[in-house]
Design a protein around this ligand. Structure first.
Ligand SMILES: C[S@@+](CC[C@H](N)C(=O)[O-])C[C@H]1O[C@@H](n2cnc3c(N)ncnc32)[C@H](O)[C@@H]1O
Length: 325
């Protein structure tokens, strides 16, 4: 893999982390931490385990759809094509698409990841596909996509992958705003393949974010451990409990960490001492669930048209191929 780094907003990612932690924990009302910080080396490894858990049906549904329909999906996309994947993680499921493309042409695959370890896993996972060359971008989604688009060769189409229902981590209407920003980077005729979890009965949705082994709880609590490691914080992890809630109004699962008692936490590198009331929570992630009409509306609002949609019967999940208008 060739590894590219886009110009970071500041030269010091720890300083950015400190600023975001300070802002999120000083917020009046609900304390929050951005979900992107869940993915350091430990977090990315834990996410891989979550993907293998029986409760986390999303990954298997996404994988089934890609396995069963890769040839058809790839047939809808014009050649030559460069593939960019937003938040690839280990890229395991992407193999089906790349192998289908591999039979057709030499292709560049560009995973875009903030997690260095996820990018390394991805290169290891997909590095053996003969006609696929990997150019990884260690960056935020849009910075990486801009680089890929700027470096496209004449006549090349872009196929952007956004799998695993990661779009659900944006608040509504931040999801539309994000898709519009993606669309502005693309040219008419480029493609976006969007994997999204669909609304289903509450118990399986909740279990997916609160498994009986406690892996998702560890994934969530690792964010406090990361603050301790990187910013010198003194969070007592045993004094916070993972909590998954379904919010029917926004149709989203929210992950929180609940303080078990009144406590003060000091985070020297963020210049912060923060007080938690007993029962107060830090909100770390939302995972919105979509309906099929809502997805079509979302696509249209961002100037995409739906080419085709595939839905898994076992675990309601949609793979939607969109074309930029
Ligand atoms: C929910 S995981 C999905 C991984 C993989 N696409 C899948 O379907 O299994 C989200 C991935 O996006 C990455 N990520 C999160 N926020 C990001 C950001 N702002 N820019 C780039 N990558 C990001 C994380 O490191 C993580 O690997």
């Amino acid at each position: 893999m060739i590894l590219r780094q886009t110009v970071p907003t500041t030269a010091d990612p720890i300083a950015d982390f400190a600023v975001d932690v300070r802002e999120g924990l000083l917020r009046t009302g609900q304390k929050e931490l951005p979900s992107k910080y869940l993915y350091d080396e430990v977090g990315s490894a834990l996410f891989e385990v979550i993907s293998a858990l029986p409760e986390y049906g999303l990954t298997r549904a996404d994988e089934r759809l890609l396995r069963e329909n890769a040839v058809e999906i790839v047939a809808r996309v014009k050649s030559p094509v460069v593939v960019a994947e937003l938040g690839s993680g280990s890229g395991k499921k992407t193999r089906y698409l790349l192998e289908a493309l591999d039979r057709r042409q030499q292709t560049r695959y560009c995973p875009i990841e903030i997690s260095h370890s996820a990018l390394t896993m991805c290169a290891r996972e997909l590095g053996d596909i003969e006609h696929i060359s990997i150019v990884g971008f260690e960056s935020e989604y849009l910075d990486g996509l801009l680089e890929v688009a700027d470096n496209r060769r004449p006549g090349e189409h872009l196929l952007v992958l956004f799998l695993g229902s990661t779009i659900g981590n944006f608040d509504r209407p931040a999801d539309v705003k994000f898709l519009r920003a993606v669309r502005r980077i693309l040219q008419p005729g480029d493609f976006l393949l969007l994997g999204t979890d669909l609304v289903k009965p509450t118990p399986p949705m909740l279990d997916a974010y609160d498994d009986c082994l406690g892996v998702t709880a560890a994934f969530n609590l690792n964010l406090l451990a990361r603050i301790n490691r990187d910013l010198g914080g003194n969070f007592a992890l045993a004094q916070f409990k993972h909590e998954a809630r379904y919010n029917p109004e926004t149709r989203s699962i929210e992950m929180h960490m609940r303080s078990e008692r009144f406590q003060n936490v000091t985070i020297p590198r963020a210049g912060l001492t923060v007080t938690f009331r007993e029962g107060e929570t830090i909100w770390t992630e939302c995972s919105h669930k979509y309906s099929r009409p809502e997805l079509l509306h979302l696509a249209m609002s961002a100037s995409f048209r739906c080419k085709q949609q595939w839905v898994d019967d076992e675990w309601p999940f949609a793979e939607t191929l969109l074309i930029a208008q």
